[in-house]
Design a protein around this ligand. Structure first.
Ligand SMILES: [Cu+2]
Length: 123
């Protein structure tokens, strides 16, 4: 009798977990994007991520120092600045991003116009 009660309790727990999964995934999902810097390119590991918590890994595979600015293409948007990275440097930042299109670029000298720019879509 006791084991039957325990089994029922376990079943309820499993059912609750299964039912709860989709909602939990939707609200706590973490998107990941890697941004690779070189002379003179800025390459994203994917063109689009899901809204919410976005984990950004910035890596400098070039031979010069580079930085990164992330700015939503919307009036009044505030830029997010990553610190300058030396060659072989790496930085991880967790951002909260709302849906839209974001411009990414290196703000050092003329790197942006030479090609260190990209667009990230947040869905
Ligand atoms: Cu640069």
């Amino acid at each position: 009798m006791r084991s039957r009660v325990l089994a029922s309790a376990a079943l309820v727990a499993v059912a609750a977990t299964v039912v709860g999964l989709p909602a939990a995934n939707a609200s706590h999902q973490v998107s990941f994007v890697q941004v690779v810097q070189k002379e003179f390119t800025l390459t994203l590991s994917r063109p689009a991520v899901q809204r919410g918590t976005v984990s950004v890994e910035l890596v400098n595979f070039g031979m010069d120092a580079h930085d990164l600015i992330v700015l939503k293409k919307a009036p009044g948007a505030k830029p997010i600045a990553f610190k300058r990275l030396d060659p072989k440097g790496r930085a991880d930042r967790t951002l909260k991003l709302t849906p839209g299109r974001y411009s990414l670029w290196c703000s050092i000298a003329d790197h942006r116009s030479r090609g260190m720019r990209a667009t990230l879509v947040v869905r």
